[in-house]
Design a protein. Structure first.
Length: 152
């Protein structure tokens, strides 16, 4: 599970998205959504944006607004619908790697920690000075750690 929340664990999502879309500091709202305000994190965000357009041939088509709207609706419903008994998480018994940034504003870091406490067989990987897409900021380290987790 990378940069996600448990059911009912993302109640501020719409505010965070609206704030990012209305900001004027960066030309791409993903910099604000995915990275912290530190100089090193912003530099990682800019490097991420360059990587997203590096491949020119055989690219997957961009997802249109229908896909984005459907995903947003599903995420909002899931992240705001409470599951006080944690029925979904309690049913998971296989090993789970939970990956998050130390300051995820989209789907709060606290939600990842809550999942770690509830899941029976979980490992938590939290990257410093990172927001929602820590795996893009620490991509090399993440790949190594993911491969190690999958070898267990």
């Amino acid at each position: 599970m990378a940069n996600t929340a448990h059911q009912g664990g993302g109640n501020d999502l719409m505010k965070v998205l609206n704030d990012a879309m209305s900001q004027k500091t960066y030309p791409d709202p993903r910099v604000v959504l995915f990275f912290t305000e530190s100089k090193s994190s912003i530099e990682a965000g800019q490097a991420f944006l360059k990587r997203t357009s590096a491949r020119q041939k055989d690219r997957d088509p961009e997802a249109g607004p229908d896909v984005a709207n459907a995903q947003a609706k599903a995420l909002i419903v899931f992240s705001t619908t409470q599951d006080s008994s944690n029925k979904l998480l309690s049913a998971i018994t296989q090993p789970v790697l939970i990956v998050t940034g130390s300051n995820d504003t989209m789907l709060p870091t606290d939600s990842s920690y809550a999942m770690f406490r509830i899941l029976k067989n979980a490992q938590l990987m939290m990257y410093p000075d990172s927001n929602h897409e820590a795996i893009f900021q620490y991509h090399d380290q993440f790949v190594t750690e993911m491969n190690n987790f999958l070898k267990r």
